[in-house]
Ligand binder design. Structure first.
Ligand SMILES: [Zn+2]
Length: 179
């Protein structure tokens, strides 16, 4: 599946690198099981630009549990696929806010959803002093209409979702990108 569907109205155009590379730690294959459970391929912020080259966004398979709460499909160094419930925020110190793991990842995509929805992992993490102070992510984008960089506060961008800067948002609508 191409991540970029229209050359002039690129969904979530990342600064520096529109043709994003995938990262081995974040496999982008969406299985039928994952899709059936509600997982999707989406674009999230690329913390400190360490993943997938230098782009400001990176593609991941995720399940949206709720605001600031997602399950990420990950691959560990042994090649095992694990599903990691994460919340966007910091650990209450001077850490930079990012998608921090709530607790240890699990191998089943369905279990990950069940555990995250029960909220027991977050409660346990908080009791262990691992609670995360929530903070809304800021995605650094390049406006597909005027090409100026701008920032939008959003958990993630769906594939095909078009976001333009506030100046262009009146003059430019998603239907302009339909063809
Ligand atoms: Zn613009």
């Amino acid at each position: 599946m191409p991540l970029v569907q229209h050359p002039h109205c690129i969904n979530g155009t990342s600064r520096k690198d529109a043709a994003m590379r995938t990262d081995p730690m974040y496999p982008t294959e969406l299985t039928e099981e994952e899709s059936g459970l509600g997982y999707q391929l989406a674009l999230v912020g690329n913390p400190r630009r360490v993943f997938s080259g230098n782009s400001s966004l990176m593609p991941v398979v995720l399940y949206s549990v709720g605001p600031l709460s997602c399950i990420f499909k990950t691959r560990d160094s042994d090649g095992n696929i694990l599903y990691s419930h994460r919340q966007h925020g910091d650990f209450g110190k001077s850490d930079r806010a990012e998608w921090n793991p709530v607790l240890v990842p699990v191998p089943s995509p369905a279990d990950a959803i069940r555990i995250a929805k029960e909220g027991l992992d977050a409660q346990l993490a908080a009791r262990q002093g691992l609670g995360i102070d929530p903070a809304m992510p800021a995605l650094d984008l390049q406006c597909p209409a005027c090409h100026y960089p701008f920032s939008v506060r959003k958990d993630f961008l769906g594939i095909g979702e078009v976001v333009v800067c506030t100046k262009c948002s009146r003059a430019h609508s998603a239907k302009d990108c339909a063809s």
